[in-house]
Design a protein around this ligand. Structure first.
Ligand code: UD1
Ligand code: CA
Length: 457
């Protein structure tokens, strides 16, 4: 069986982050997540992650999804793989993929094609390489007429070797049994006094085993991040790649300024994304929508022809034809049914808003079930929290809630109920009734004139 070891022991001191470098995020997901998902997509799901610096954070993130092994001291990439020896020994029949946890763009196609070459050539080890404009910092691939002869690290390279532009990606396929044997032969006689995994190639060749290099056409797959500038460059690249995919699918972008779309997002044909719009998580968006400017949509299911203008929506479902914004906050567990209109300065939380209902301005609806064709007047508040517990309000179909109504939960309004403006509703109201709660209004004629007179004195 084929399996993978992902190296994630490094701290990345230059990041100045108090966390393992592979947990730093690219387009919303830790780099480690990108690497694991590429593995899984290529059909390799038996994975061991080598953790080191703040390893407990890796365990916490993975939550038992993969095996982990601790590298207590950071003595190099070869030493890191040695920590996975018991994982390797469990089944030595197949091949093992080694990946860097901080090079997020390795992809399933490259993993699959390199495995094919590895097995067809009968190699003990196959390294994945690419040509870089600027190879500085990477291990250089040394080729001879008969194939590759080894990898030389930047710090150990001669001036001539430094001119080589083909570099080691840090990703390899090994025959598992050979990997175990080769790890036992590594030493740390080099410029960094580290156990270099790269040395396995020259050792294998010296023992008459076969080693090969799979050169990828796409040099992005090898890019990693050593500092914050690199991390930003990875984010920029990923962002553009995702937008390109959506352009390909017929999504319209007026400008991509400030647009961030995570890779799990799906968007239908003809939807327009306006500047400053951020769409995250596993959000799905239908066709013909207009999203933005400046909207944030996280983990939502959005139907067709929806408008979300300058608003935020989280973990909610918004059906077709809904118009939201500007300045609306849809908080988690809300369900906005088709044709509803959620106007400006409205907050909806954990509530259902029925079809064609209008919540047009300055309203808070929390923990409530609102029926269809309801009109909720300006300034209405569902008073869902008494300081100790939260309760629900139910508003039936065709209700007309007057401006500045307070609905003291739990309370239930039947069908087609009216509430008079300014009413505080404290008990249930039956179908077709009017709830009105008002003091008697007095008119004190000439009041202003009298007041002015007394103040002048
Ligand atoms: C390594 C390769 C280099 C390659 C480059 C690609 C070696 C000796 N060099 O260099 O040829 O071009 O990757 O990015 O392998 N790690 C541990 N424990 C350690 C050391 C590293 O877990 O003791 C992890 C790091 O977290 C990282 C990966 O291994 O995910 C690579 O380590 P890094 O120090 O970045 O290797 P490079 O020197 O860049
Ligand atoms: Ca590196």
């Amino acid at each position: 069986m084929n399996k993978a070891i992902i190296l994630a022991g490094g701290q990345g001191k230059r990041m100045k982050a108090d966390m393992p470098k592979p947990l730093l995020r690219v387009l919303g997901e830790p780099m480690l997540e990108w690497v694991i998902s590429a593995c899984e997509e290529s059909g390799v799901s038996d994975i061991c992650v080598i953790k080191g610096f703040r390893g407990e954070m890796i365990d916490e993130y993975l939550g038992g999804r993969c095996e982990t092994a601790l590298q207590a001291e950071r003595l190099g990439t070869g030493h890191a793989v040695m920590q996975g020896i018991s994982f390797l020994e469990k089944d030595t029949s197949g091949n093992t993929l080694i990946l860097n946890g901080d090079a997020p763009f390795i992809d399933a196609a490259t993993i699959g094609e390199s495995l094919k070459m590895h097995t067809e050539q009968g190699n003990s080890v196959t390294v994945i390489t690419a040509e870089l404009e600027n190879p500085h910092g990477y291990g250089r691939v040394i080729r001879t007429e008969s194939g590759i002869s080894g990898i030389v690290e930047q710090k150990d390279a001669t001036e001539e070797q430094k001119n080589i532009r083909e570099v080691n990606s840090g990703a390899y396929w090994f025959r598992t049994a050979d990997l175990i044997e080769l790890l036992g032969k590594l030493d740390c006689n080099n410029a960094q006094n580290e156990y270099y995994l790269t040395d396995t190639i020259s050792i294998a060749l010296s023992e008459g085993k076969k080693a090969g290099a799979f050169k990828s056409e796409n040099s992005e797959i090898i890019k990693g991040a050593n500092d914050r500038r690199d991390l930003l460059a990875l984010n920029d690249y990923a962002k553009r790649a995702v937008i390109d995919k959506h352009l390909e699918n017929g999504v319209e972008f007026v400008s991509t300024d400030g647009v961030i779309i995570e890779r799990g997002v799906e968007i239908g044909v003809g939807t327009q994304i306006q500047p400053g719009t951020i769409i995250r998580g596993k959000t799905t968006i239908g066709s013909g929508c207009v999203l933005g400017p400046n909207s944030v949509i996280v983990e939502c299911k959005v139907g067709d022809n929806v408008v979300i203008d300058t608003s935020h929506a989280y973990n909610s479902e918004i059906e077709s034809g809904v118009i939201i914004g500007p300045f609306v906050h849809i908080r988690p567990d809300s369900y906005i049914k088709s044709g509803a209109r959620i106007g400006d300065f409205v907050e909806i939380k954990n509530s259902t808003i029925g079809e064609k209902t209008a919540v047009s301005h300055l309203v808070y609806v929390g923990d409530s079930d609102v029926g269809r064709k309801v009109n909720i007047g300006c300034g209405t508040v569902t008073v869902n929290y008494d300081g100790i517990s939260k309760s629900r309000c139910v508003i039936g179909d065709n209700c007309f809630i007057g401006c500045n109504t307070n609905l003291i939960a739990p309370v239930k309004l039947g069908k087609a109920v009216y509430t008079a403006a300014g009413t505080t509703v404290t008990r249930d109201v039956p179908d077709y009734a009017l709830a009105i709660d008002r003091g008697v209004m007095k008119v004190n004629e000439g009041y202003t004139l009298r007041k002015l007179k007394t103040e002048k004195k």
